[in-house]
Design a binder for this molecule. Structure first.
Ligand SMILES: O=C(O)c1ccc[n+]([C@@H]2O[C@H](COP(=O)([O-])O)[C@@H](O)[C@H]2O)c1
Ligand SMILES: Cc1cc2nc[nH]c2cc1C
Length: 366
């Protein structure tokens, strides 16, 4: 499944991009006045092989959740159980991601790809959120796809076997296909996993070659001693495993996480179907580096939603050649930054659908 998916990923379509660029020149606005939105809409036309490309509606957020053996090294102050507990919160509609998804009209799918502790008993989902605010007609959904109960400690041994990493990647591909088959026109990445900024930093350093200190941040907000320990853990893991960046499955297995691997699969699955993926924070960016190592043309499907405060996100986006749409200092994860960026993407495409040309509106050109 991975190999056929990779083989299906093709470059952006030049004629559709030329058509979108020409259309922009005829719309009732000074050339280039929509800045980044113009280039974004041209790329999305190339991805869809159509001008205008489809509006990115409806949108679907996929939150991949997993736990991390490296938690044992004291790289985060939060107990591991919080991963499972937050899944309960997502399914009940009470997390930040739910509030933003209701605002954006996006569906929320939570995928347990490797949670280590028992999930809380099902709480009745408050579809419109605890406040009763309407906006999203669908209930958050849980997909049970646990590959193993958390990774092994990457400070001691490989986090995953290659087969486990492959199973997680293929779960991501399957979820992309299911969401697209159910009608999603854009996929938004989400993640939940206490400790997961440590493997994200290791993946960023492995794929970009930057020093571990440049790729490592404070995650949920760790103090100075924890931060120093975290950099040391990432540095030692890279020295121990010496992951080969041309072997993305090997890198994911050595220093990655189950949600990182599944997100790489989600990106590949969407790119193969020529559906855009709006990236959230550092976990998604680290997964995107893996996806692009599997299939360089997958970058054509990627839109960077926001600039996470986590430094590895900026390092990874630079390597991918992507500029984030918004920069709000967020470092939550869950898909929250991607959801806030979604109206920018929709606006970029809507212009090509709805704005009059100089000709049709009788507006004089310069
Ligand atoms: O999205 C980001 O860039 C981001 C930055 C910092 C933290 N997070 C979230 O915080 C958790 C991991 O933080 P930590 O400190 O436990 O490694 C995990 O659930 C992530 O979704 C997410
Ligand atoms: C409370 C909490 C919520 C989160 N959402 C994503 N990562 C998180 C980490 C914590 C600790």
């Amino acid at each position: 499944m991975l190999h056929t998916t990779i083989a299906a990923i093709r470059p952006l379509d030049e004629p559709a991009m030329v058509a979108a660029g020409e259309l922009h020149g005829r719309l009732t606005k000074p050339a280039g006045s929509l800045g980044v939105l113009e280039e974004l809409s041209v790329r999305l036309a190339g991805l869809a092989r159509a001008c205008p490309p489809p509006l990115p509606e409806p949108a679907a957020v996929a939150i991949f959740a997993g736990d991390h053996g490296v938690h044992a090294q004291g790289v985060t102050p939060w107990p591991q159980e919080v991963t499972a507990q937050m899944i309960g919160n997502f399914l009940a509609g009470g997390a930040v991601v739910n509030a933003f998804a209701r605002q954006a009209g996006a569906s929320v799918t939570v995928v347990d790809v490797g949670v280590a502790t028992p999930l809380p008993p099902a709480v009745p989902a408050q579809v419109n959120g605890p406040s009763g605010r309407a906006g999203n007609p669908t209930r958050p959904r849980l997909v049970a796809a646990n590959v193993r109960p958390g990774t092994r400690d990457l400070a001691v041994t490989a986090a995953l076997t290659r087969d486990e990493a492959l199973a997680a990647v293929e779960t991501g591909i399957r979820i992309a296909r299911e969401l697209i088959d159910a009608g999603a026109s854009i996929l938004l990445t989400g993640d939940m996993g206490i400790g997961n900024t440590t493997p994200a930093a290791a993946l960023v350093a492995a794929f970009t070659g930057v020093d571990p200190a440049e790729a490592t941040g404070r995650g949920t907000g760790v103090d100075d001693p924890t931060y120093a320990r975290k950099i040391g853990v990432v540095r030692a893991a890279l020295a121990r495993h010496a992951p080969d960046p041309t072997d993305p499955l090997g890198v994911l297995a050595a220093v990655g996480g189950l949600e990182h691997a599944a997100l790489a699969g989600l990106i590949l699955g969407a790119a193969a179907r020529r559906v855009p993926v709006l990236l959230d924070g550092v976990i998604a960016v680290s997964a995107a580096l893996a996806a692009v190592a599997f299939a360089p043309d997958a970058v054509g499907a990627l839109v960077a939603g926001h600039r996470s405060a986590e430094p590895g996100a900026t390092v990874g986006l630079r390597h991918l050649g992507l500029d984030p749409l918004i920069d709000l200092g967020l470092r939550l994860g869950e898909g929250t930054g991607a959801l806030l960026a979604l109206p920018v993407v929709t606006g970029a495409v809507r212009v090509l659908h709805e704005v009059a040309t100089f000709d049709s509106a009788g507006v004089a050109e310069k």
